[in-house]
Design a protein around this ligand. Structure first.
Ligand SMILES: *Cc1c(COP(=O)(O)O)cnc(C)c1O
Length: 376
């Protein structure tokens, strides 16, 4: 261990993040599932709910209108889009469902995706009648950009769907290169940023970006959003079009909603911007690197990601005969360490077995990772 340099950058960020939140009951290494909200976010959500009881739900929503519009603006900004391109929905999955329902592409329309696509996304593409065209990938599941260029030049799909960072593996897709190629060939890129927004840079030129509040942005559960560039928005036909005085994408926004949750998300995004997205990314990438150094080989568990992958998500393959679900439960009950057991059903065309997923936010420490290694 002495040969390793385990110092982490941006310790002040970790302290501020920790101080801003309720004290955790144990070691929370599960951001990729659900983050811990800050006191300010929790209070803003409660405050809005209270406002609903005092003023009436619709009156309270109207008073939050400016804040929600600022939120659309900053969320759009993180994805390289404008406030008018952003719709609030309930989750990332709800965003994809709303997009596909409104796009109304004919059955059999070809859509390119990686074999490692998040299984619920692949199922939704299938349910929408779309035919999946597999993208060539390397051994880490990363898109083969040269092969993509050939596909786009010779037999272009209607759109490319790409999950920026997988749920089952902390590997970042070359989304900027993919976006540039898609743009050059006039093929829209739809980016699932559920594991990337607030974690790695998402301002890359995708045509559609959708994500969720509760993971790396540390907002409330039950809130997500969908950002659509005008050229794609013009192809959408929501069941109920947006009122004439609103941008067309607002036709995809759910009318009845957990408005307090949206208010909380806007505050959480504000806190992310105040912390500095670049500094957050630096610390998260360093945490991932450190986690892989500390955890690879611990009790025979093996890290899946390349050491230097710039994410804070590390997945571990178990040694022979060790059950991942039971290990995850044991870590929680005996050591207070929160992780996720991810089974191969999450990405059946790519995963060959279950993994233990470890995903600290910026408050993660070397001590947390060493405690996990010891508990394993
Ligand atoms: C979590 C996740 C989703 C779904 O997000 P919800 O907000 O739960 O709908 C989609 N894609 C990926 C890659 C995810 O990790």
């Amino acid at each position: 261990m002495t040969a390793l340099d385990l110092r982490l950058p941006q310790d002040d960020l970790a302290d501020a993040w920790r101080t801003a939140r309720p004290r955790p009951a144990g070691r929370h290494l599960d951001t990729a599932a659900c983050s811990r909200q800050s006191n300010r976010v929790l209070e803003a959500v409660a405050h809005h709910a209270r406002h609903e009881a005092e003023l009436g739900g619709y009156v309270a929503e109207a008073t939050a209108g400016d804040l929600l519009q600022q939120g659309r603006s900053v969320i759009g900004g993180l994805a390289g889009m404008a406030a008018a391109d952003v719709a609030f929905v309930e989750s990332a999955q709800a965003a994809l469902a709303a997009l596909l329902a409104a796009w109304r592409l004919p059955a059999g329309t070809r859509v390119a995706r990686t074999p490692g696509e998040y299984a619920p996304n692949a199922a939704m593409l299938r349910a929408a009648g779309l035919e999946s065209v597999p993208l060539a990938v390397d051994g880490d599941g990363r898109v083969d950009v040269a092969a993509l260029e050939r596909l786009l030049a010779t037999d272009p799909p209607r759109f490319v769907h790409l999950t920026h960072v997988a749920s089952h593996r902390g590997v970042v897709q070359p989304a900027a290169e993919v976006a540039a190629l898609c743009r050059a060939h006039g093929v829209p890129l739809v980016l699932d940023a559920a594991q990337s927004l607030g974690h790695v840079d998402v301002d890359l030129g995708a045509d559609v970006v959708y994500s969720t509040s509760r993971k790396w942005l540390a907002g409330p559960r039950g809130v997500g959003f969908l950002c659509v560039r005008p050229a794609v928005a013009a192809q959408l036909q929501p069941v109920l079009p947006a009122p004439a005085d609103l941008p067309p994408v607002r036709g995809l926004e759910s009318g009845e909603a957990h408005v307090a949750g949206r208010v909380g998300l806007v505050l959480a995004v504000g806190e992310h911007l105040a912390a500095g997205p670049v500094r957050v990314r630096e610390r998260l990438a360093a945490l991932g690197r450190t986690a892989r150094q500390v955890l690879d080989g611990a009790a025979g568990w093996r890290v899946v990601e390349p050491l230097d992958e710039p994410t804070a998500t590390t997945t571990l393959r178990p040694p022979d005969g060790v059950d991942v679900v039971a290990t995850r439960a044991r870590l929680l009950t005996e050591h207070g360490i929160v992780t996720t057991a991810a089974g191969p059903e999450r990405a059946p065309e790519e995963m060959t077995g279950p993994v233990l997923r470890v995903s600290p936010h910026v408050d993660g420490t070397v001590e947390d990772l060493e405690a996990l290694a010891a508990a394993l």
